[in-house]
Design a protein around this ligand. Structure first.
Ligand code: 5GP
Ligand code: ZN
Length: 114
């Protein structure tokens, strides 16, 4: 059994508010939302960070971007827009070492990020 938190969500060993799932990916609400919409879209396959991906992962990574776009549209953010973020490594604030795409929307987001 994996010790990775997000692998456990994939395996439904720990609960999450799952809003989408297909063969390659699962999307769920962030437990500590930073915007009215804060979703995490993850590959079902464990990948630690941007530093460990290979050319074999481009299909699934492209897919999670499309899923994120579709979910942002579904939640009504086509007009207002949304931000997609992958934090990779300690300086970027990565705290869960299973790649995840944050989808943030529903308020005016500042730039540059902190
Ligand atoms: P990171 O800081 O690695 O980019 O993002 C990790 C995200 O995972 C954070 O936004 C955090 O709130 C979220 N998170 C951490 N643990 C859990 C959990 O058990 N369930 C859910 N749904 N989100 C989590
Ligand atoms: Zn994992």
């Amino acid at each position: 059994m994996s010790t990775c938190l997000f692998c456990k969500i994939v395996q439904k060993v720990i609960p999450a508010k799952i809003i989408f799932e297909d063969k390659l990916t699962i999307a769920f609400k962030d437990i500590n939302p930073q915007a009215p919409t804060h979703l995490l879209v993850i590959p079902k396959k464990h990948m630690e960070s941007m530093e460990t991906i290979t050319s074999q992962d481009t299909n699934v990574l492209g897919h999670i971007i499309l899923v994120a776009r579709n979910l942002a549209q579904k939640e009504g953010h086509t007009k207002g827009g949304y931000r997609l973020i992958i934090n990779s490594g300690p300086d970027a604030g990565q705290s869960v070492f299973h790649i995840h795409l944050h989808v943030l929307a529903g308020r005016k987001l500042t730039w540059p990020p902190g």
